[in-house]
Design a protein around this ligand. Structure first.
Ligand SMILES: C[S@@+](CC[C@H](N)C(=O)[O-])C[C@H]1O[C@@H](n2cnc3c(N)ncnc32)[C@H](O)[C@@H]1O
Length: 339
């Protein structure tokens, strides 16, 4: 339907134009697809079946012999969250989701092969073609970016001087931290492809002098989490792993964090949502992790996730809910820590 966008006339597919067939006297008004077909530069037949499907799903309605966008139609075209979700569904998930059954049965991202031969989508992120790459990042960033403003004061309450951002991705959280506190130094730990993008972003922001990069694969059990940081930050990172992998990563974080330090985990849990629609979206997002991302991870129920945190020897000092659109911040410290 993208090419059937209204042409500057909210709620209408196109204004009436002279020269189009007029209704004969006594004939019932039937919506005319030719105008929309012209506007979208599509055949009349194809336009008609799409518009009639749109009637069925409530995206358009008939009014005075014309097709009009409904409120749902306007949201599908204009609402930033809906756009992020729809683009992600179409570009990243649609083809690979046909392999969901195989993914469930084998615990492998069987749908990922439509894009390339990688073990996980993260290995291939930097090489994904457009618009797949843009839609992946658009979806990821829409949710985490929205939580950063309310999370920054919670993390900087303890004035960390050195912060380790694991799964730092394109460097947007690092940039927010560096702008928030002119004294903090941030180290980004991620797969090498992602760190190249982050370096570009932070160079563009003129912030490279307080940033370090630590390329590493956290799935490799030999990868050590570097010590000496006052804060370890992981946003939308641990949901990229199975429960056993989460425990293994958190154990390494627990070993690396000093007494006074804290581990901050930002996640969206489907059982911590105020609205059922939000829980629904998160539960459905899990199927992307199964079929495309890695075949083993998901958007977690908070109790499943908290059990992993405990199993890693961490104590949860505080939980902050309803940050941004849907996130919870867990503030953790090693169980023995008194700091
Ligand atoms: C869903 S993104 C989250 C990005 C960012 N922290 C945010 O909040 O938007 C997950 C990040 O974890 C990284 N990642 C996934 N698997 C990894 C691995 N095995 N080792 C290191 N980083 C990994 C990905 O490259 C990606 O940058």
């Amino acid at each position: 339907m993208d090419r059937l966008r209204p042409d500057g006339v909210p709620g209408r597919l196109r204004p009436a134009r002279p020269g189009h067939p007029r209704r004969a006297r006594g004939q019932p008004r039937r919506p005319q697809p030719p105008e929309a077909a012209d506007a979208a530069q599509l055949p009349i037949y194809g336009t008609r079946v799409l518009l009639e499907a749109g009637l069925g799903i409530g995206v358009v309605k008939e009014s005075e012999g014309r097709y009009q966008l409904t409120k749902i139609g306007v949201f599908l075209l204009r609402d930033p969250m809906t756009r992020a979700n729809m683009d992600f569904t179409r570009d990243v998930n649609y083809l690979g989701m046909a392999s969901l059954g195989e993914a469930v049965a084998t615990g492998t991202p069987a749908g990922l092969k439509v894009f390339g031969e990688w073990r996980t989508v993260y290995e291939g992120l930097a090489q994904l073609p457009e618009p797949i790459r843009r839609s992946w990042f658009g979806f990821d960033h829409f949710y985490s970016d929205g939580a950063f403003a309310s999370t920054l004061p919670l993390v900087f309450r303890r004035k960390p001087r050195r912060l380790l951002d694991i799964g730092g991705n394109t460097g947007k959280w690092a940039r927010a931290c560096l702008r928030h506190d002119p004294e903090v130094e941030v180290t980004l730990m991620d797969l090498p492809g992602q760190l190249r993008n982050a370096e570009e972003l932070l160079r563009g922001a003129g912030l490279l002098d307080r940033v370090r990069f630590h390329p590493a694969d956290l799935l490799d059990p030999a990868t050590v989490v570097p010590p000496g940081f006052d804060a370890i930050w992981m946003s939308q990172f641990l949901d990229c792993f199975s429960e056993a992998e989460i425990v293994a990563i958190l154990r390494r974080c627990a070993a690396a964090i000093p007494e006074h330090g804290r581990i901050y985990i930002l996640e969206a849990f489907w059982d911590q949502q105020r609205f059922r629609a939000a829980s629904f979206c998160l539960q459905m997002t899990s199927l992307y992790f199964t079929a495309i991302a890695n075949g083993t991870s998901q958007m977690y129920r908070s109790t499943t996730f908290l059990a992993c945190v405990e199993a890693a020897g961490l104590e949860i000092e505080a939980q902050h809910h309803e940050l941004g659109m849907s996130h919870t911040l867990l503030v953790c410290k090693p169980r023995s820590s008194t700091g």
